[in-house]
Design a protein around this ligand. Structure first.
Ligand code: NAD
Length: 286
């Protein structure tokens, strides 16, 4: 039997429609438009594409977005000053620093400077601590989107073996925490993990977030497993995920395609998080 192909695009469209309705109602009441500030440093083509996508998505749901472009040689002091300004700016409700940033800048230091109430990506230490300790807070968009996918497709997490390949701050770690919070039995794998295939093959839910195209093939997959492919790599002008779709599609129970799986959900969750920031700043109930 072939795997169910998860339609992240359709679910994202549903979420965006709801965000649009919410934004319209909030703007009618508050007479203030939600506003996301996006900081883009340098001219990396992939980052530029992602930022354009975020701008377009904001526009469609009635969120104002401002892209603040800075040269690649910006100093740490200058970027910290910019963040201070945005933190203070009452017309800005969300701040997003497009990653990756140039190597001479300390990403952790800069992210830590973002006001946690405007932290639409959920990357500041305050929001990471909240997620870790189970308090409500802003949750990173990609893992949040994956949890919404699992929920939409009625995929049970409680008691299931969940394996996350990748331990980044933005995907792997928060993903593992969310699966754990949902009572999954979670294993995190990474580039130093031994017998990766064997560990992955135990998973009922397998999340691949390595950026290594087609790394996960049939040897990693238990029959009927739910496969979530976070990876996006451009190879010969084609977008490839971490999972070798053709190799696993007859064995898996569910699979997210690339493109059209996790990617659109990340953007939808960014819009939701922006509205959450706006609501908390303006004292609206969530
Ligand atoms: P990262 O480079 O920060 O982390 C990659 C992780 O994969 C590391 O923890 C590393 O230990 C692990 N890894 C690398 N090679 C491995 C191997 N051979 N075996 C096991 N583990 C290995 O990357 P990231 O920021 O977490 O992103 C991962 C991928 O997800 C990238 O392709 C990125 O473009 C994509 N991404 C997609 C979305 C989306 O919305 N779909 C969002 C964020 C990131």
């Amino acid at each position: 039997m072939s795997a169910v192909i998860i339609d992240g695009k359709a679910l994202a469209a549903k979420i965006k429609d709801k965000v649009k309705e919410d934004v319209e109602a909030l703007v009618r009441k508050q007479r203030i438009i939600p506003h996301l500030a996006v900081i883009l440093i340098g001219s990396d083509p992939a980052s530029q594409t992602y930022v354009r996508g975020k701008e377009k998505a904001c526009e469609k749901v009635g969120i104002k977005s401002t892209v603040i472009k800075r040269e690649i040689d910006i100093t740490e002091a200058e970027i910290l000053d910019l963040i201070d300004e945005l933190n203070e700016d009452k017309t800005v409700h969300g701040i997003l620093l497009q990653l990756p940033i140039p190597k001479h800048l300390d990403a952790n230091k800069i992210i830590s400077r973002i006001d946690p109430t405007k932290d639409v990506d959920g990357f500041t230490p305050t929001n990471v601590a909240k997620l870790t300790s189970g308090y409500p807070g802003l949750v990173p968009c990609t893992p949040l989107g994956i949890m919404k996918i699992l929920d939409e497709y009625n995929i049970q997490i409680e008691g299931k073996r969940c394996v996350v390949i990748g331990r980044s701050q933005i995907v792997g770690k928060p993903m593992a925490l969310l699966l754990l919070k949902a009572n999954g039995t979670v294993t995190i794998c990474h580039s130093k993990t031994k017998e990766l295939e064997k560990v992955a093959k135990e998973a009922d839910i397998l999340v691949a977030a390595t950026g290594k195209p087609k790394m996960v093939d049939i040897n990693f997959v238990k029959k009927g497993a739910v496969l979530i492919d976070v990876g996006i790599s451009k190879v010969d002008d084609k977008l490839l995920g971490d999972i070798d779709f053709e190799s696993v599609k007859e064995v898996a129970g569910y699979i997210t395609p690339v493109p059209g799986g996790v990617g659109p959900m990340t953007i939808a969750c960014l819009l939701e998080n922006t509205v959450s920031c706006y609501k908390s700043i303006l004292g609206e109930k969530s």
